[in-house]
Design a protein around this ligand. Sequence first.
Ligand SMILES: Cc1cc2nc3c(=O)[nH]c(=O)nc-3n(C[C@H](O)[C@H](O)[C@H](O)COP(=O)(O)OP(=O)(O)OC[C@H]3O[C@@H](n4cnc5c(N)ncnc54)[C@H](O)[C@@H]3O)c2cc1C
Length: 1013
Amino acid sequence: MMALQSEIEWRGKRVFELVERHLEPLFSKAGLHQRLMVLSMRDEQLKARLFRLVAVLPSLRTSAEVVEHLREYLTDTRDGFAPFVRGGVCLAALAPWLSAGAVRWGVSEMARRFIAGKNPRDLVKTLRKRWAKNIAFTVDLLGEAVLSERDANDYAARCVELLEALARETRGWTDPLGKNSGLFPVVNLSVKISALYSQMDPSAPSDAIAHLAPKLRPILRRAQELGAFVNFDMESYDHKNITLELFKTLFTELEFKDWPHAGIVIQAYLRDSEADLRDLIEWGRVRGTRFAVRLVKGAYWDYETIKSQQNDWDCPVFLQKPESDANFEALTRLLFENGSAVTAAFGSHNVRSIAQAQALADELGIDRSRFEFQLLYGMAGPIKRALVELGYRVREYCPFGELLPGMAYLVRRLLENTSNEGFLRAKFAENISEEELLRDPRELISADAASPLGSPTQATAQDRRYQNDASLRAQRGDIFKNSPLVNFVYKDNQEKMQSALREVRKRFGEKYPLVIGGEKVWTDQLTPSVNPSAPDEIVGYGSEAGIAEAERAVEAARAAFGRWSRTPVEERAHLLERAADILERRRYDLSAVEVFEVGKPWKEADADIREAIDFCRFYAHEMRRFGRPKLTQQVPGEESYHHYWPRGVAFVIAPWNFPIAILCGMASAAVVTGNAVIMKPSEQSIICGAMLMQVFEEAGVPPGVLNFLSGRGSVIGAYLVDHKDVDLIAFTGSREVGLRIWQSAGVTHPGQRELKHVICEMGGKNAMIVDADADLGEAVGYSIYSAFGYQGQKCSALSRLILLEENYDRVMERLIPAAASLRVGNPEEPGIMVGPVIDEAAYRRILDYIEIGKKEATLAYQAKEVPPHGYFIPPTIFTDVKPNMRIAREEIFGPVLSVMKVRDLDEALEVANGTDYALTGGFFSRSPANIERVKAQLEAGNVYINRSCTGAIVGRHPFGGFKMSGGGTKAGGEDYLLHFLVPRVVTENTSRLGLVPEKTPEYRAEFLWPKPK
Ligand SMILES: Cc1cc2nc3c(=O)[nH]c(=O)nc-3n(C[C@H](O)[C@H](O)[C@H](O)COP(=O)(O)OP(=O)(O)OC[C@H]3O[C@@H](n4cnc5c(N)ncnc54)[C@H](O)[C@@H]3O)c2cc1C
């Protein structure tokens, strides 16, 4: 082992020696690029702003816009930017056209460093020059985010054209080493798999492969005919399994089985990478034909860590840089040891990683012509030259295309060059010693963080619970942890969901009772709940309550209230936590019920169960906070404690669109605050309601504290709202019903003890504004999801897309094909985005609105094909929509999007705010000033910037609107429970004959009598 280390050091030093001979600074060309790099390495804040600015520049059309963005990004004195930066920007404002021109020129120059050409002629010129220096190439086609099948087909066609052009232009080029050249064709294309299918979904690998394979076959055939090589690049983790599977599927097919010129990437920063590589090698051996692997560390480290933190997922990448380095070395060995089956390429700029591969190849007797080093175009020039001089194969990865689509690539390279942990910065900017740079990475792994539990995102459920019990004084955001979403990237999870769907199907047709005072109650009347994807399928039957059962439920609740209201907070909180655990355990089962009963796609169903779990844990936590009487002021001789009492009997009325989450959220809030509850699910989601009741029963809810009453809103709903013994009504649903409840609850009935309190959450007519400088890929992608995800049936869904006229054509050009590419179908199948609407009445109502839209506005798009049975509405887009039209004012609650064109941001805000509703709203922009303005002025309870306007998370995005969207409550927020409570203050004169106790404690025990044993 020691010998290998010495060998690595020796080889590394040799590379460094040669690097010194042709030394160039990391950022060779003087000018904007160099200055940008130097500045950004000094100041992380400034770096973020500079790189964001670089990303937006190509989409700005006028000089004034460029100067305005310079000012907005760089003159914020709060961050204390260098005075010369501010000075420069002020100067720029004096001659906008000149300075804007200079900035644009600087950015294109910078892009040119990393992009090998913007047209085939430029590209070939570059490649020829590099070939003359014995540097081979692989070309990567840059493109904008692929949002539609049109974009994907276009990418596939460009790949074939590029292969042909390269084959034509490189005719006669000979192998730089003249040895083992059969392994390394001259023409080499790197393909981005995600660019070939716009609807790639990790939960649906079969669908992805079924769409990707037919697009790839013509590319591979042409490559075969032309004697070229095709490499599958590896992207983010959610595409990894599909890419590997696709590779194996295609290259096992008869026509490609004997073709050796296919390669794939393995990312050593992934914890899975060794298992994946072993699996590939085994597959390759069975296949019997050589293939290639490009080993890299991986380009998406920040993205993967952020994404897993946001979703509370296990982090798929190593968290310590030396872990990735050490794994790279271990996989290098694995590749060499299997050199008879696989050709290795090492994609790294790290001299230690490179030297280890060299030393190992020698140790194992592998000729240097049998593998290659691959480096990125525009980076690490001296290392490439050194490797060529040492007689190794060197291939450059050459991105090709226009600047605008290339910006994401450019920014990734800038980040890589300036990354704190990166080799290039360490060597070329920070002059770290060679010895340090060549150290064995295994020595640098710190023991604590090496274990998978080192990840901050990998706290177990138990840890989380423990944290939930932590000090009341700690910051709430630090204590409460959301339940992780199911990650359908994993096959195991996909199988669990499939199996749950099969199991739930077996239970179709079962009957579910009411639960009153802890007893199961059956009535003569049974309500069938049907599958909206296949209305002849009955998911189950709910017993239908009438007035008699409603009355019984009130009595049961009233009887249970006294005791429950005096039950210690801790016990009540524990009940919710037990319910959360059961929900977690039954997660797949409950999601499957939602898929069948309300037509939720897999991920949406899982998110609903996650939200229910979060509500239980969050409200348990919040109740501990509210549950302890709190001293109002520290005054000698007197103590006043502010605390809360429950209101009494709560009637919870929930909708079908979040059939478990919303019902659970309102019911659990009412229960934990000490109220006794009657919960009524929607008539369309009785089975989900019954499931939730089962969960609470299993959790041990005392009889009468939670009663389950399914039945018709017009009968039992109206009766209970007016009931003198109902003290609180928590409603989520339509505006029409909500306003009726609001009004009825205002009437006081004989014998009524309390003023009825109403928590009322209603719909929205949500708007998204797209600014002139928005990232259109993001704006279109998120708008499509916000408008058509769960068929537009979320109250937060986007229904009005407001486009600045400057951008209008460009957005529409991408929006319509993106809508046309959506997968509409039965959500039992994974990866479906648009399923059926809830029932026939909704189906007819939405179709009526579409007819209204056709008369009022212009039908710009409507899907042609939807499944023939079931309540499927084709995704529909209207343009030329004006604010006074019905489709712009009334809630449609289906997959119908109205697009409105406006002059500027003033008008956009006026239109966005010009409705009766104020639930959610969104804005896409890269102008810091405009973003601030919209944050301040958009009338919505939840304002989302540069993201979708749906998908609120408990605790993180307290949810609810105002105006006609609701009474201003925020479900999942820190003040929500207060709506279920009445405040009370108890004051005691504590001085006796002038004697006063010492300092009064800030919190005291609950006022409970009789005291709990
Ligand atoms: C020719 C070529 C093709 C490539 N193709 C792909 C591809 O298809 N897919 C892809 O994903 N990448 C690809 N890459 C890799 C990627 O673009 C980066 O260039 C590469 O990861 C940088 O590694 P390095 O060995 O040059 O530098 P180093 O500085 O040694 O390593 C930097 C890398 O270490 C990892 N890292 C950083 N911080 C941490 C941390 N805290 N914990 C753990 N790991 C950390 C990251 O992967 C980071 O990129 C390719 C690279 C090259 C040269």
